[in-house]
Ligand binder design. Sequence first.
Ligand code: SF4
Ligand code: SF4
Length: 388
Amino acid sequence: MASQLHSEILNPENERAGVAAVGSAESKDALFKARSSATEKVIRRTDRDYSQHLRRGYQFAFLLMNVWLGGQFYLWVRHYETAGASAYVSRPAGVEGWLPIAGMMNFKYFLLTGRVPEVHPAAMFLLVTFVAMSFLFRKAFCSWLCPVGTISEYLGKVGKKVFGRNFHLARWVDIPLRGLKYLLLGFFVWAVSSMSAQAITGFMQSPYGIVADVKMLNFFRFIGTTGLIVLGGLLAASLLVQNFWCRYLCPYGALLGLASVFSPFRIRRNEAACIDCAKCAKACPSALPVDKLLTIKSAECTGCLECLAVCPSDGALQLALPRLIPAPQRMPTWVFAAGVAVMFFGIVGFAKAAGYWKSDVPLAVYQQLVPHANEASHPMPGDPALTE
Ligand code: SF4
Ligand code: SF4
């Protein structure tokens, strides 16, 4: 915001002074002075960056919302498990955000039939919300909303405190590993694309489909030794390597990354104002060479805006729209944050207001299936449930 910008213009000085001082206590000042030639004025940025406060607010609000959803869902499950001895609470449909494959299947069903599915419709609306969000606001879901992303980010910070740094895998390991999440995504897309509308309905209305969310909860409630070892390994890896899960393994992030390539919002670097301090590249959780590129188009950019927050030079880094779009080129970060919120509440609000949010499953069916959720097995190809 222009009103929040209080910049100072530094006097032009000798270029060599800045080069010599890189890495010293005076390096920042010297770099500014060095880049300030007679024809080019470098302006020190002195505005207070609020993007990371906003982002943390979103992250913790979303994390709390998920804890609340998980708690209410647990109480709902307990009501059926105790045959009504524990109090009834309504089923929070928002837990279906944890069923992205069901969301993909339901979206395909919607495309094929034009009808909103009866079981786990919220899974579809949430998937559509986050994909649409990525088309506009890069992978903002990953860095502003996703609770797994938040936990992963803070584990990385803890690791940095404990070990003094986060580790970066060598390029020859990093690049193939990054491909893993696309392979996982490819598998799920292939599995869903091979299903007809009839097969999707059969799957969703099978005992397994109806209680897929209960099975996921039970996985964590009654986690076995293998599950614990895998979870422990992921936690340890996240302490050492920033955003380990998101960077290498999350197929949801892979999908959103592909959508984000079309996002009009880009981080753009202005070479004339850049002092080559590399603070942006150092701060980037996705390890992107922000200080070397002019525009960040990578599918790995999560739109976290950390690079903008640390950049000391006014106008060196901008959250910008393409030059073809007739709009202010430099977008304030609150526009980005507001857009994310409007998109989330807009689509979820529409689904709720239109009566599409909740699964249309009779309570008697839940009463019968929830206590025996662990016995429900995955319908396999050729299963009559998928063809009848
Ligand atoms: S380029 Fe900037 S916005 Fe993108 S991931 Fe890196 S720090 Fe975040
Ligand atoms: S764009 Fe990056 S390298 Fe250039 S001044 Fe800003 S933080 Fe430093």
